[in-house]
Design a binder for this molecule. Structure first.
Ligand code: SF4
Length: 291
């Protein structure tokens, strides 16, 4: 169950070559939202746009494909997409909202639907929630230090970043690659990530990430009925090229290994916190046992 419930899992990439050319991996999020916009399944999507600083993400509500395309690519630092959820339905007046986010943000989406404190009339307007695999995340200052101090690349001259094969890699506009071992990035990880037990966005409609698939492709879990319906329509419209996950390398074995590693490592932190009265489930049960 480390991979959560899912109806199907495939390796996929967008068929739109212009999306693929700018994509981090298989262009799944952009292609799926672009299709959903075209079909009226969503009337806008909360995605990570460009913030004030180089490579700093800032949530935006994209209501056109141009805005979606401009937000393509991964920025390895925190983007508070949930902050725009209510705004998207009120100020932007969206009735069918798409939202992309990390596994913890997918938990926030479902929480807003189940316990809509301060989120009245928002939950039923979430039409498509797309999750991205996440091992850990970094505050902007930490990300800046990793890139500029450790990899010796100014953020302004970085063309792409990537995390994989045990390394944080920065590609420059001139084609050079600078890397640091992932174990050295640990001290920059935001504290909340140390108690996070979800790697593959179990609560999303569709979740995706590069791990498990060959370069240029993404692993895709189609999880909910809603996700399955939309994925089936997108497939029928020729949006994606897919391969059975069993036929690609490294496949689900690696996804399972990383998800298990994350849970095992972070469960220790959860247990540790329980010894001084903090429980990850918020029940305060351990604390009460001291009273
Ligand atoms: S590791 Fe968990 S808490 Fe940290 S950003 Fe990723 S999903 Fe969120």
């Amino acid at each position: 169950m480390v991979l959560g419930n899912y109806k199907q899992c495939v390796s996929a990439r967008a068929t739109d070559r212009s999306i693929l050319a700018r994509a981090q991996d298989g262009g799944i999020v952009t292609q799926l939202f672009a299709f959903a916009l075209d079909e009226g399944i969503i009337d806008g999507a909360i995605v990570a746009g460009q913030g004030e600083q180089p490579w700093q993400p800032e949530p935006i509500v994209a209501t056109t494909k141009q805005e979606l395309f401009a937000a393509q690519g991964t920025r390895y630092n925190i983007c508070p997409n949930m902050a725009l959820l209510k705004e998207a339905t009120r100020s932007y007046g969206l009735d069918k909202v798409g939202v992309v986010g990390t596994p913890c943000q997918m938990q926030a989406v479902r929480k807003a639907q189940l316990y809509p404190v301060g989120m009245r009339y928002v939950g039923d307007k979430i039409a498509l929630a797309v999750g991205i695999f996440c091992m850990e995340n970094f505050p902007y200052q930490g990300f800046e230090a990793m890139t500029e101090d450790f990899c010796n690349v100014k953020l302004e001259s970085a063309a792409k970043m990537d995390i994989g094969k045990g390394k944080y890699s920065v590609y420059t506009e001139r084609g050079a690659v600078s890397q640091m071992p992932l174990k050295h990035t640990l001290k920059f990880v935001q504290p909340g990530c140390h108690v996070c037990l979800d790697y593959v966005a179990n609560l999303a409609d569709v979740s995706t990430g590069s791990v498990g698939s060959p370069d240029g492709w993404s692993t895709v879990f189609v999880r909910t009925k809603n996700g399955d319906d939309i994925w089936a329509k997108a497939m029928a419209a020729g949006c994606f090229e897919t391969k059975p996950i069993e036929e690609v390398k490294p496949g689900l074995e690696l996804v399972t290994k990383l998800a298990t590693d994350k849970i095992t490592k972070n469960q220790k932190h959860v247990d540790e916190r329980a010894t001084f009265g903090v429980r990850a489930d918020g029940s305060g049960k351990a604390l009460r046992s001291y009273l």
